[in-house]
Design a protein around this ligand. Sequence first.
Ligand code: PEP
Length: 242
Amino acid sequence: MRKLAAGNWKMNGLAADLAELKALAEVPASCEVLICPPTPLIAQANWQMQGKPVMIGGQDCHANAKGAHTGDVSAAMLKDAGAGHVILGHSERRADHGETDALVAAKTQAAWAAGLVAIVCVGETEAQRDAGQTLDVVATQLAGSVPDGATAANLVIAYEPVWAIGTGRTPTLAEIAEVHAFMRARLTERLGAEAAGVRLLYGGSVKPSNAVEIFALANVDGALVGGASLKAADFGAIVTAL
Ligand code: PEP
């Protein structure tokens, strides 16, 4: 399976910052690169990346296909603007907007209906890890946030410990490997052989200095990168490490 480096710009970036996309060096044929800029930049980013091996995605979508939802964006709108993927259930959305597993599952269905690949995020808080609840939390989020109908082609899972996002702290390699093996097993129970092809990304303070050792782990099929995706030099180094 080809590894995936996905960049999440969050609420950062104006049109001028798309120069960072253009500055991304060669993408090795062995991997795929995705950038998820803020929604207003998707169409322009897609246009600028025409003919280049960099895919564009969204950071969220509404669960409904259309209607009276002022300020929201549908999956079809993301697709229409040039997105092929959408991040769903990021911990910042779960925390800032009270998104539940059921809502994330509904959004995932909406993404699939529009022809988008859903990148569903799961991960424990620090208190949950300290309480020994990590695998239970991940199991519950996986079961609740991924609806029936998942395939290797329409689903990517990102394991993002909440306490590792934007903090410079990461789990140990053994801890990452444990959660990823657990997620693969859970998906296999549900999807059978199809689960072997679902990409499992690690996210949380990935940077050029730790990317090589994280990507070398079994069941780590790439990364979801926040802060280090904003600069072409850092993200390019992470892509090279894939
Ligand atoms: C993220 O927001 O998905 C993320 C992993 O952020 P960072 O890489 O900055 O920790």
